[in-house]
Design a protein around this ligand. Structure first.
Ligand code: SF4
Length: 266
C-alpha cells in the first residue's frame, strides 16, 4: 500500500483523509494499514472514518460502532435512508446498485465537504481494478481501469491506497485481524453480474497461470500508447508513426514475467 501511496502521491502533509468504511474486509484493511502508515510516515495527516447506514433492514451498525470505539478511531456513522429511495424508484427484481452507489457517492462528497476533508479514501484493490479493466474492454469499448487517484468533478480528490494489493492478501489479513465484517447482502439486490463473470474469468485463468493478475496489473503500468488505435491519443502525443516492436507488437513473454516479479510478492 505504501508503494501505491508514494507512486501517486496520494497523501500530503496536513491532509484530512475521509476513510470510507463499508464494514467489508477491504475497507477495514485499508483503515488499519493507513493508521499504521500514519504512525510511520514523515508527514502528518488525519484519518476521519465514516460509514453510511443506508437504512437496509437489519443493518448491524452497532458492530461497526463498537469496533471504532474500541480502536479509538475518529468515527462518524452517517444515517441516510437511501434504501427507501432506491426501493421506491427501482422495480422489484431489478438491480439497485447503479442508483444506490450514485446516491452514496453524493453523500460521501457532501460529507467530505462538511468535514473539511482534503481526500476521500476508498478500499478498491488490484482485483477490482483488473475487473474494471476487462469490463470496460468487453462491455464499454474503452481501454480504462480505475484511477488510483481521481479529481472528481466537484473538486474532491479520491484515492485508492489498496490499488496494488491482491484481494487474497487482503482477505488473509482481515482473517488474521478478525475484523468484525458486516454482511453485504442486506440490500437484497443482485450483485453486478457482469463484474462477477469477469472476476470468475480472471480467477479461472489465474488457476492455470498463477502470475496472470500480476502481469495484468503490470500491463496497466506499461502502456504502449502507439500500439493502440486512439487517434486523439496519437495526436496529443505528437506521434507520426509507431516504432517497431519485436514479434509484430507483442512484448516478449519473459519481459512480462520479469515485470510481474515485485507484484507477485504481494
Ligand atoms: S449491493 Fe446493495 S448496497 Fe451495494 S451498491 Fe448494490 S444496492 Fe447498494
Amino acid at each position: 500500500m505504501s508503494r501505491a501511496v508514494m507512486d501517486f502521491q496520494m497523501l500530503a502533509d496536513g491532509d484530512r483523509v475521509m476513510v470510507c468504511v463499508s464494514g467489508g474486509k477491504d475497507s477495514y484493511t485499508m483503515l488499519d494499514r493507513l493508521r499504521d502508515l500514519q504512525r510511520r510516515a514523515p508527514i502528518r495527516f488525519e484519518l476521519i472514518v465514516v460509514n453510511i447506514d443506508q437504512g437496509h433492514p437489519g443493518y448491524p451498525a452497532d458492530r461497526l460502532r463498537g469496533y471504532m470505539r474500541d480502536e479509538a478511531y475518529d468515527f462518524t456513522m452517517i444515517e441516510e435512508d437511501t434504501y427507501a429511495i432506491v426501493t421506491s424508484k427501482i422495480a422489484a427484481g431489478k438491480t439497485y446498485c447503479s442508483l444506490c452507489s450514485r446516491l452514496r457517492r453524493g453523500i460521501l462528497y457532501r460529507v467530505a465537504k462538511e468535514m473539511r476533508c482534503t481526500k476521500i479514501a476508498l478500499g478498491h484493490h488490484r482485483d477490482d481494478i483488473l475487473q474494471t479493466l476487462l469490463l470496460n474492454l468487453f462491455f464499454a469499448g474503452k481501454l480504462a481501469a480505475m484511477p488510483p487517484k481521481l479529481m472528481a468533478q466537484d473538486g474532491h480528490i479520491v484515492i485508492r491506497p489498496l490499488a496494488y494489493c491482491a484481494e487474497e492478501d487482503i482477505a488473509a489479513y482481515a482473517r488474521h485481524k478478525a475484523f468484525p465484517i458486516l454482511p453485504c447482502d442486506l440490500c437484497g439486490s443482485q450483485d453486478n453480474l457482469q463484474r462477477k463473470i469477469v472476476g470468475q474469468m480472471i480467477n479461472d485463468l489465474a488457476s492455470k497461470h498463477p502470475d496472470i493478475k500480476s502481469v495484468m496489473l503490470a500491463a496497466t503500468q506499461n502502456v504502449v500508447a502507439s500500439h493502440l488505435l486512439d487517434k486523439d491519443l496519437w495526436s496529443s502525443l505528437g506521434l507520426e508513426a509507431a516504432r517497431e516492436l519485436e514479434n509484430d507488437g507483442l512484448l516478449r513473454p519473459d519481459a512480462l514475467v520479469r515485470l510481474s516479479g515485485p507484484f507477485a510478492e504481494g
